[in-house]
Design a binder for this molecule. Structure first.
Ligand code: G6P
Ligand code: MN
Length: 448
């Protein structure tokens, strides 16, 4: 079974390979094709994987290539984890917005739209190549903004594109553990868009146990979301928001703390990753050791802008919960082995979430079997939730349209209708800032 990883030189690829190495099932991935635009990054990650594989008996064979067709040919699964414009682009996504006093973040707010705008055309090209070379493959998309990119790729490939994220399962598992329940024995009712959803119920033994967590400040203090949002706000909502909703519920606080930090997340990672790839080029024999060291540093600082100095960061247990590579592997296993599994995934809405169009990609509980994911019907979102989801989805869909047509005026509308952009005149300054600072954004917008 061949797995193609687009963005194969990316820093998180060893996480995926680690999960493949630990998989002992007879129907498992035996061949991995890493595709990337950068030979240096491919070489470095290839070395990390090679060193990881030495600790195992029959590691999946790894090939690296800068030819996307070669990587895709005959693949059973395609993972897409690309970053158009690189981390350099991410820092511009953040700074252009922050300079205007708006949220500057990788996936949420205007930064996410700028990121999506330049990524959609590349994702569409990839989808066309998949259709030509491996039309029966399943595409597992973790390229952010994952909801928007999944929706764009579905316009070419239909339901064979599935978007994934580690945050909904991470939240559900943390909530279960805070109640001293084994996460595997609970079922989550989690609904929304990618990075914009709410855990509304947690079933255990036929009963909803979430209300007891929502009312328990001490238990909430043990999980990331409890510390982020505070027990009072969670009690007021009556459910637990995804951590990314911090950027909506505490916009000013988030902007102030990001602006007050010495570096944005993108700037921190840009420096860290430059150092990593340089270090590996200098001393290839230490590639794996260096990767492990940098990864620890990275996990310890995740979402640092929204946490107190004393907060330990993403705890070990959360990462042990599977991370995004765990979600990807679980999805592949369910499809390739036909083992029915429940997962929270980004899929075509159909009629799962009332109030959203059928073609809108939403993040909802699904059952997965050999035929892929099947979204479960959900109960309606509350008015404030649905309003936010609809408005953000409209901004995403306008961004896709702008990327497809090259229309700057549609792109402007996308920025202007986003709930985190407070004025049409600001949207204009934003858009010209992104066009000036990011060549890949400028290249996409060819017409007025
Ligand atoms: C989580 C999100 C991803 C996001 C990542 C950012 O895992 O689910 O969608 O890309 O965090 O992490 P980073 O270390 O790049 O800031
Ligand atoms: Mn995510």
């Amino acid at each position: 079974m061949k797995l193609c990883i687009l963005g194969g030189g990316g820093f998180r690829v060893p996480l995926v390979y680690g999960a493949l190495l630990r998989d002992t099932h007879e129907r498992r991935v035996t061949e991995v094709a890493l595709y990337d635009v950068s030979v240096d990054r491919l070489t470095a990650i290839g070395q990390v994987l090679d060193q990881m594989g030495r600790e195992y008996e029959k590691p999946p064979v790894v090939r690296t290539t800068t030819d996307v067709d070669e990587a895709l040919r005959d693949a059973t699964f395609v993972f897409s984890a690309i970053r158009v414009g690189g981390l350099q682009g991410r820092t511009a996504d953040e700074r252009v917005a922050l300079d205007l006093g708006l949220l500057g973040q990788e996936t949420t707010g205007p930064g996410g739209l700028a990121y999506g705008l330049r990524t959609v055309p590349v994702a569409l090209q990839v989808a066309e190549r998949v259709a030509a070379l491996c039309p029966r493959a399943w595409v597992i998309n973790f390229t952010n903004p994952a909801g928007m990119i999944t929706e764009a790729m579905q316009q070419v490939l239909g339901d064979r594109v599935v978007g994934i994220c580690d945050s909904p399962i991470g939240l559900s598992r943390r909530a279960a553990r805070a109640l001293d329940l084994h996460p595997d024995l609970t079922t989550a009712d989690y609904v929304g868009l990618n990075h914009l959803g709410w855990l509304r119920r947690l079933s255990f033994d036929g009963a909803d146990v979430l209300p007891s967590l929502v009312a328990d400040a001490d238990a909430l203090a043990t999980i990331e979301e409890g510390r982020l949002f505070g027990a009072d706000w969670i009690a007021a909502l009556g459910c637990i928001p995804n951590e990314y909703l911090y950027y909506y519920y505490f916009t000013r606080d988030a902007v102030a703390s990001i602006k007050g930090s010495p570096a944005t997340r993108g700037e921190f990672l840009l420096r860290q990753q430059r150092d990593f790839y340089n270090a590996v080029a200098k001393e290839p024999s230490k590639a794996l050791a260096e990767w492990r060291r940098v990864r620890e540093e990275r996990d310890a600082t995740y979402m640092a802008e929204s946490r107190a100095e004393t907060d330990p960061g993403r705890d070990k247990e959360d990462i042990a919960g599977g991370g995004y590579e765990g979600v990807a592997l679980a999805l592949m296993a369910a499809i390739s082995r036909g083992e029915r599994t429940a997962m929270i995934l980004n899929v075509r809405n159909g009629s799962a979430v009332p109030g959203l169009a059928p073609e809108a990609v939403v993040e909802v509980p699904c059952t997965v079997d050999a035929n892929g994911p099947h979204p479960l019907a959900t109960s309606p979102l509350a008015g404030d939730q649905l309003g936010l989801v609809q408005q953000v989805k409209a901004a995403e869909q306008l961004t896709i349209e702008a990327a497809r047509s090259g229309s700057a005026s549609v792109a402007l509308t996308a920025f202007a209708v986003h709930p985190l952009v407070d004025s049409v005149s600001t949207a204009k300054v934003l858009l010209s800032g992104y066009r000036n600072r990011i060549p890949e954004v400028a290249a996409v917008l060819r017409s007025r």
